[in-house]
Design a protein around this ligand. Structure first.
Ligand SMILES: Nc1ncnc2c1ncn2[C@@H]1O[C@H](COP(=O)(O)OP(=O)(O)O)[C@@H](O)[C@H]1O
Ligand SMILES: Cc1ncc(COP(=O)(O)O)c(C=O)c1O
Ligand SMILES: [Mg+2]
Length: 275
């Protein structure tokens, strides 16, 4: 069988742990062929406490990249990451519709880790109204699930389930709410909801701050598995094992940031994920 081809529409994280860099590394690890449509370039200033600077790519440049990939080549699955503007969110939605793309993973990136303030509130609205309804799977973290569902702050697994229900009503086929390190729970719990049943995924909870890019890596792994023909629950389960190992072997780049190790699942073996 020929290699499966996947697309990520996302931003560049110059530090290499998140964004398009995380996606490509993960695609490679999962045995699929990755292609990129770049939306923004993020740089961090070491002279200013690692403050993030975001440089947008213009819309025409993004359109040309999408044409290359979707019209010129074709994709088996795709994901979105940091989109940066309402126009870009709308272009991503138009592209999904026009080319009838399947296996669409929407990672509704609103903030970088550590900050709890949406940079552009109008993009949160556009994600909810325009892109989430087109998702095969949408993968909000606790903060994003709060914003998308309007549920209020999410503190328990019951809150995660309630938020997942509300987000499902927006039209996504599956909703994966990520509890991660922020939920007060002995395990790293994620909740997958298909409109009928909840699948609770529990991975080892690792005591670390080196989780930069965890969400990008997780959603990229889900995308790769879908491209290879897995069902959504199977894809999420494999991806959960993959991200747990990547976090277990996370490491510091400097005093400010520590990414996950994208190669960890291959290098250091697999740990079972309990249901
Ligand atoms: N400290 C941790 N130990 C184990 N798994 C974690 C930890 N932090 C996050 N995860 C897992 O990593 C994945 C990404 O979640 P999260 O870090 O919340 O996303 P994001 O990077 O988008 O904020 C989820 O499966 C989550 O449960
Ligand atoms: C380009 C880009 N995309 C996405 C993210 C979100 O990363 P995470 O996977 O930690 O949620 C970041 C965070 O720095 C980023 O720089
Ligand atoms: Mg994220």
């Amino acid at each position: 069988m020929s290699i499966r081809k996947v697309l990520t529409i996302a931003g560049s994280d110059s530090s290499g742990g998140a964004g398009i860099q995380a996606d490509l590394k993960t695609f490679q690890e999962r045995g699929v062929y990755g292609m990129t449509a770049l939306t923004t370039i993020v740089a961090m200033d070491p002279d200013n406490g690692w403050a993030h600077q975001v440089f947008p790519v213009d819309l025409e440049t993004l359109k040309a990249q999408l044409k290359t990939i979707v019209e010129g080549i074709g994709v088996d699955a795709m994901k979105t990451g940091m989109l940066g503007s309402v126009e870009i969110i709308e272009l991503a939605a138009e592209t999904i519709d026009r080319y009838q793309l399947n296996n669409v993973v929407i990672d509704p990136v609103m903030v970088c880790k550590g900050t709890d303030e949406v940079l552009h509130p109008e993009t949160a609205v556009a994600l909810r109204e325009v892109l989430v309804p087109r998702a095969t799977v949408v993968t909000p973290n606790l903060f994003e699930a709060w914003q998308l569902s309007g549920h209020g702050p999410i503190r328990t697994v019951e809150d995660m389930k309630a938020a997942a229900k509300k987000i499902h009503e927006l039209g996504a086929k599956y909703v994966l709410v990520k509890g991660g390190g922020k939920l007060e729970h002995e395990k790293a719990v994620d909740v997958l909801y298909d409109g009928e049943t909840f699948d609770i995924l529990e991975g080892d909870r690792i005591d670390t701050t080196y989780t930069h890019g965890a969400g990008c890596t997780y959603s990229a792994a889900i995308t790769a598995e879908l491209a290879k023909g897995a069902s959504v629950p199977e894809a999420v389960r494999t991806a959960k094992a993959f991200i747990t190992e990547a976090i277990r072997h996370g490491f510091p780049l400097n005093q400010y940031v520590g990414p996950t190790l994208h190669a960890a699942y291959r290098l250091y073996g697999k740990q079972a994920v309990q249901q």
